[in-house]
Design a protein around this ligand. Structure first.
Ligand code: UT7
Length: 329
């Protein structure tokens, strides 16, 4: 019996119109364009503006376009997973809100919280449902409205993040295309370096948590930077080794976009030329769960059936991983 694999058969993204430039950030905090470009590679990010708009607002647009372009009817979707750390609400899940807006009612949906590794965790989870033969059309959407949890008085984090969403359709494939290997990791010892302290069950919202600015992202950048470089370089090397892949065999590396210097160091350690690395951090900053599918969306026209791709991410938790897949179209 041929093995069923989960192949990506479509991708679509959505970014909000508002462009937050380094020049505008210079008016908000003590920073400058030159520092931001040199230390992160970011030139601008997109911000979702408007009362009552949340992560689902962007997820809906990404998934709506995905269904249209792949000719998928809402009733055909039998599973949707939304990777996010900025759900519209604690519950119901943002995946449910997206499904409701698009009339997806014949399957089930849930959110998956793995910070910047969320998309890799989610496509891996989704791939198991497809490989089992039980699910035929599975949507995975990575979406984050990071501007809702970023402290725009903290220059060390507010320059990094942006808002965005992107979604893929996964379908069964028996011709060798699709997700071939996932190597996922987590280490809770990283919890002290990158977190949003309040708003959960341990520190529910109170006047005190608001006054202490504890509903915002806190990051100790240095240790996260080091762990991100070594973590991603390690899983990329392991993934290539156990799949007998050389640098020449791999068409594209698709890294999480947190810092251009992190991406360059991982590329150098894995011996990849930068021409093979998808990088769009200059336009969008770090959109957390959306960075990798936004890259796939942007590069879609350059991809060919049979291209070997390695996706890799590192984020809060710590969480990290590498996914090896053969592009299907
Ligand atoms: O996606 C989830 C995973 N997250 C990441 O992978 C992010 C990992 N970390 C990073 O990308 C980097 O650590 C940062 C971009 C956050 C910071 O870059 P860095 O090169 O590690 O800078 P630093 O924190 O060591 O700060 C260097 C200096 C400090 O000044 P002093 O102490 O040397 O006088 C900072 O106060 O740069 C200062 N600084 C800034 N200066 C201008 C920090 N932020 C800014 C800023 N503008 N926005």
């Amino acid at each position: 019996m041929t093995k069923i694999r989960a192949a990506i058969t479509g991708v679509n993204g959505y970014v909000p119109d508002y462009v937050l430039t380094n020049a505008e950030l210079e008016q908000m905090v003590d920073t400058n364009d030159q520092w931001i470009r040199a230390r992160t590679g970011i030139q601008e990010r997109r911000i979702l503006k408007g009362e009552g708009k949340g992560t689902s607002t962007m997820g809906i647009e990404a998934v709506r376009g995905l269904l249209e372009k792949t000719g998928t009817a809402p009733e055909e979707v039998d599973l949707m997973i939304c990777a996010t750390v900025t759900p519209d609400m604690q519950f119901p899940d943002t995946a449910n809100l997206i499904a409701d807006a698009l009339d997806i009612r014949n399957g089930f949906c849930f959110d998956l919280h793995a910070a910047c590794s969320g998309f890799l965790y989610a496509i891996t989870a989704a791939s198991r449902f497809v490989e089992s033969g039980a699910h035929k059309k599975v949507v995975v959407v990575g979406a984050d409205k990071m501007s809702s949890i970023v402290d725009y008085t903290d220059r060390s984090t507010c320059i990094l993040f942006g808002d965005g969403a992107a979604a893929v359709l996964l379908e069964p494939n028996e011709d060798g295309y699709g997700i071939r290997d996932s190597l996922l990791r987590s280490d809770g010892a990283g919890q002290v370096f990158l977190f949003q302290k309040a708003g959960g069950s341990r520190y529910p919202a109170s006047p005190q948590t608001v006054e202490n600015r504890e509903h915002f992202v806190y990051q100790n950048g240095g240790p996260v930077f080091k762990a991100a470089v070594s973590g991603m370089a390690d899983v990329v090397a392991q993934s290539m080794k156990r799949n007998n892949l050389s640098v020449d065999d791999v068409s594209w590396v698709v890294p999480h976009q947190a810092n251009r210097r992190i991406i360059e160091q991982v590329a150098r350690m894995a011996d990849f030329p930068l021409e093979k690395i998808m990088i769009n951090i200059h336009k969008y900053g770090n959109t957390t769960a959306a960075t990798i599918p936004l890259c796939l969306w942007e590069w879609e026209n350059q991809l060919k059936a049979g291209d070997n791709l390695i996706l890799t991410a590192f984020g809060g938790g710590f969480t990290w991983g590498a996914v090896y897949l053969k592009w299907a179209y």
